[in-house]
Ligand binder design. Structure first.
Ligand code: IMP
Length: 443
């Protein structure tokens, strides 16, 4: 049975939480492979709304196994806040494992994130200030603390030494007050006992699950355009949310992945800074923001909103090898008399159909739009493709045509029920649709 990857095809916040939660029904394992508490997934189950930052969305199914892979960074404070909140609400949760190779995120990372952002002045990245960048910096610089080290005697000395080093930066570079090393050791101590039972060689667990033919869902956080290598650098996160990141961040070989699903909103949003060609700054942008409740789950910041950018989506299809698209929040466009798709950029008289690497170029790109009729009807009650108004069907089909990838699912509201399945996702496997194929879109 399949190993499926769910990736964000835009700048994050595509609604991956709902999609993962929906698909997790058929999965045995749900795995996160990168990022940390910068992610914000909202899952609505009946009248209850849950916000997750670190824990995989499959946590709400007691019969599943959830894994946080080695590619993630673990903030123990937030981890246990989330786990305690589920327990306090009387929820039965999935079994959770955390890779012993994942790196720890400690309070000095959060402080450094703040200080670095402040020091960038007008050049701020707009990070979530959750310490993500500094934690990955430590990992890449080969001085980070892996959670597995907490099993070993003398971890206190390692932490103590790290704080002493960090204080050098914090005090000398930023003139700020550092931390008492003992204070951080004592802060961490109660979490250590709680963390250890969750730790495991999660790559091994996943390999065994693959060998047993289990259904495994890899849940990307953030999105393709926030990928450290393939995103709009430097306005990116410090990990690899793209499908390739699964291999590194979960310890699984590329040959074990069967299917990659890309999640995109019916429009585009972005939090944080950086160029955004299809951004709508006027009342239409505001309408999308209000209707789509486009405010960050993690930071509460208003998200920038604009039309769906097909140039970007095609880029995401290529980088991730997306086999099927999931379009979310179609209902947010319900009242629009006309809807638009950006099919190319105009740059200094040239027509660009591929996403440029240079932010300077991207900044000056003027979107070329294809305008389609809006549907001006409520789609929230649709449960099948044929129940969608004809112009909405046309909009979805046009996205599939322009990207060359079938749309397998459309979300028309936040609830689990508000989902239109065009094709059973796992049927894609049998069809063996190659990524980017121009084959028949709807059977
Ligand atoms: P960081 O990941 O906190 O370092 O932030 C880097 C960039 O990624 C900023 O533009 C953030 O707004 C953005 N970002 C990080 N996590 C998310 C997310 O889950 N959704 C959307 N944007 C995110």
């Amino acid at each position: 049975m399949p190993v499926v990857v769910i990736v964000g095809a835009q700048w994050g916040d595509e609604g991956k939480g709902k999609v993962t939660d929906f698909l997790a029904r058929d999965a045995d394992y749900v795995v996160r492979y990168q990022g940390g508490t910068n992610a914000g997934h909202t899952v609505v189950i009946g009248s209850q709304e849950f916000r997750l930052h670190l824990i995989p969305s499959g946590i709400f199914y007691p019969d599943k196994v959830c894994i946080i892979g080695n590619g993630a960074v673990i903030d123990p404070e937030v981890l246990f806040q989330e786990l305690d909140a589920f327990r306090d609400r009387g929820l039965q949760t999935a079994r959770l494992f955390i890779s012993d190779r994942a790196h720890l995120l400690l309070p000095y990372h959060r402080l450094l994130d703040e200080l670095e952002e402040e020091s960038r002045g007008k050049e701020q990245i707009g990070t979530t200030r959750r310490g993500i960048g500094p934690a990955y910096v430590d990992k890449v610089a080969r001085r980070g603390l892996r959670v597995g080290e907490l099993r070993e005697p003398g971890w206190e000395d390692r932490v103590f030494q790290m704080v002493v080093e960090k204080n050098e930066y914090i005090q000398k570079l930023y003139g700020a007050q550092g931390f008492e090393p003992e204070e951080i050791v004592e802060y961490l101590r109660p979490y250590v006992d709680r963390l250890l039972p969750y730790l495991a060689d999660t790559s091994l667990i996943i390999a065994q699950a693959v060998a047993e033919g289990k259904n495994i869902l890899f849940e990307g956080a953030q999105g393709t355009l926030l990928d450290l290598d393939h995103g709009t650098y430097p306005y990116v996160t410090s990990s690899s949310p793209t499908a390739g990141g699964v291999c590194i961040g979960a310890g699984i070989g590329p040959t074990s992945i069967d299917l990659v699903l890309g999640v995109s909103k019916a429009y585009t949003t972005r939090v944080g800074e950086g160029p955004f060609p299809t951004e709508l700054v006027g009342s239409q942008g505001e309408e999308i923001r209000q209707k789509g409740r486009e405010f960050g789950t993690t930071t509460g910041r208003p998200r920038r909103c604009g039309w769906l950018d097909i140039v970007m989506l095609r880029y995401a299809v290529r980088i991730n090898g997306i086999n099927g698209l999931i379009i979310t929040k179609l209902d947010v466009l319900d009242k629009m008399p006309k809807v638009r798709l950006c099919t190319a950029y105009r740059y200094k008289g040239e027509l660009l159909t591929e996403f440029p690497a240079s932010l300077r170029v991207l900044q000056e790109c003027v979107p070329v739009y294809e305008e389609l009729d809006g549907w001006q009807q409520d789609t929230g009650g649709a449960r099948t493709f044929s129940e969608l108004p004809a112009p909405a069907q046309n909009f979805v089909q046009r996205i599939a045509q322009l990207t060359g990838v079938p749309v397998v699912m459309v979300s028309v509201g936040p609830d689990r029920q508000q989902t239109v399945v065009l094709r059973e996702v796992f049927s894609l496997l049998e069809e063996k649709i190659p990524s980017g194929s121009k084959g028949p879109l709807y059977s």
